[in-house]
Design a protein around this ligand. Structure first.
Ligand code: SF4
Length: 365
């Protein structure tokens, strides 16, 4: 079965570091009508994971959310065990909305907390405080939404290691089942990019960034969150099945502005132009038909992000040749250098390699 990603590209305010396709202060209704229209192109598809992301999907009104959940169920055939996630920002949730999500079939909520330190949140341009994050989590739990992911960011402007530790501690203590922990990346075209160019961001240096990451891996493990991907940690059985589809190179349908899909060996892309999308021109002409070589490379690069690594058997079954035939020399080199480990039929990155994972992964393509 395929995954389904739905993009809601609206936010109440643009964060200073954000380069996602999202807009502040727009009219939602017309966009949602066109989104429902695009969905019908895939009528009847069997789906076992849904992920509504953004932007801020929980910025939609209760009636639009109800309509969205109803349309998803009417158009697609959702598996009875479907994982149904939605991204949520603190300060965009109240009891009615959480109830509507719960009744609409949502069973996993990813909360963009980013930090429990109000000064850091303010610097990031987030609309919420730590208190709002606690309120949001309480409201979700009160409405039977217990499978909660919390996003936490590291390497923030002026962030000390102890401030990061405190945020992580609070994320674990508040009862999250899953924590995603990403370093801030300064992207071109964002206010942070300009501020950083002028030396006004005061970012932690590389050593501090690495220390925060290493602390997160160790601390979360001690708190019962197993690391299953470079930046993702979950309690038992709470790994995000939708994101695993990306890392396992499985198929998914992307609906909405700038969404992309992977089906039948092809990657294709929706327009990132809001006016075009609202005019009903959903798709671009970009379509990448993956060669066998492309598929193998993607399988390696995505698969090695997982802490379990890549199964030799699965490689053989997918591609009809052994992983050693294709990558024997490179793998051998990384095993000797201590960057890769071969264990119980799996190849995976060692702890040493995680810090230089991009450099290691590059060699597989
Ligand atoms: S809430 Fe998320 S998508 Fe919206 S502006 Fe902030 S970082 Fe970007």
């Amino acid at each position: 079965m395929r995954g389904l990603y739905i993009h809601i590209p609206f936010c109440l305010q643009k964060c200073k570091y954000c380069d996602f396709v999202s807009f502040a202060g727009c009219e939602y209704d017309k966009y949602m009508d066109m989104l429902f229209c695009e969905m019908t192109e895939y009528r009847g598809e069997a789906i076992d994971t849904v992920f509504i992301g953004g932007g801020t999907p929980t910025g939609l009104s209760v009636s639009l959310l109800e309509k969205l959940f109803k349309n998803i169920r009417q158009v697609f055939c959702l598996d009875k065990d479907c994982e149904f996630s939605i991204e949520c920002n603190p300060k965009t949730i109240d009891d009615d909305k959480a109830k509507c999500m719960s009744e609409g079939g949502v069973n996993r909520v990813s909360v963009g907390v980013q930090s429990f330190n109000d000064d850091e949140l303010k610097r990031l341009g987030r609309i919420h405080t730590a208190k709002d994050a606690y309120n949001t989590i309480n409201i979700l739990k009160k409405n039977n939404l217990h499978n909660i992911n919390i996003d936490i960011m590291s390497a923030l402007p002026k962030q000390t290691i102890s401030a990061f530790m405190s945020s992580l501690d609070k994320a674990a203590a508040v009862g999250a089942e899953h924590i995603s922990c990403y370093s801030l990346i300064i992207e071109e075209g964002t206010p942070f990019y300009e501020m950083n160019k002028k030396g006004g961001l005061f970012l932690p240096d590389e050593d501090a960034d690495r220390a925060m990451y290493e602390y997160a891996c160790d601390f979360l493990q001690r708190k019962g969150f197993a690391q299953y991907e470079i930046s993702n940690f979950a309690k038992n059985g709470r790994q995000c099945r939708h994101n695993l589809k990306y890392w396992n190179c499985e198929e998914y349908i992307g609906i909405g502005l700038a969404a992309h899909s992977y089906m039948d060996g092809k990657r294709f892309y929706n327009t990132a132009n809001l006016n075009q999308y609202i005019d009903g021109n959903f798709h671009t002409d970009d379509c990448l038909v993956l060669s066998e070589k492309d598929k193998i490379e993607e399988f390696m690069i995505m698969g090695l992000r997982k802490t379990c690594g890549i199964s030799e058997n699965e490689f053989l079954q997918r591609f009809g040749q052994s992983i050693d035939e294709v990558y024997g020399d490179i793998i051998e080199k990384f095993i000797v250098s201590g960057h890769m480990i071969h264990d119980c039929g799996y190849y995976r990155l060692s702890e040493k390699a995680v810090n230089v994972s991009n450099r290691v992964l590059c060699e597989f393509c």
